[in-house]
Ligand binder design. Sequence first.
Ligand SMILES: Cc1cc2nc3c(=O)[nH]c(=O)nc-3n(C[C@H](O)[C@H](O)[C@H](O)COP(=O)(O)OP(=O)(O)OC[C@H]3O[C@@H](n4cnc5c(N)ncnc54)[C@H](O)[C@@H]3O)c2cc1C
Length: 96
Amino acid sequence: MLLLGGGFGGTYAAREFEEALALGDDLDVTLVNCDNIFPFTPMRHEVEARDLDITNVVSPIRELLRHVTFFHGDIEFINLLQRRVGLPHVSEIRSH
Ligand SMILES: Cc1cc2nc3c(=O)[nH]c(=O)nc-3n(C[C@H](O)[C@H](O)[C@H](O)COP(=O)(O)OP(=O)(O)OC[C@H]3O[C@@H](n4cnc5c(N)ncnc54)[C@H](O)[C@@H]3O)c2cc1C
């Protein structure tokens, strides 16, 4: 299974799968995002107001995931009909 985009939707979905995988579910889950950072946007204004350092509101996605595979790269295309996704250095991944 492919989760595309490691923002709120993708990262929180991946965290749900983490729990299932930790319990032994036989799933192959990969999260794809263009960088290894999950920004907690609701606290962004505190960073911009300099009430908080940016390191307090960003988390490396890889550190949030132990069982879900993380692929760091730009999604080049999504073909929903053929269930295919284009990623750099990988010609294509077929989604299940
Ligand atoms: C300053 C600010 C404050 C906010 N405060 C709140 C709040 O208090 N409460 C609230 O409910 N919502 C808040 N939001 C809105 C909330 O952040 C969004 O609703 C939420 O992030 C949307 O989640 P998403 O997963 O759809 O998209 P995103 O979180 O934007 O995630 C999309 C991910 O996909 C990645 N991506 C995009 N294109 C590609 C590509 N081609 N290849 C690989 N990766 C790609 C992006 O880098 C990103 O990581 C706030 C937003 C901002 C900007």
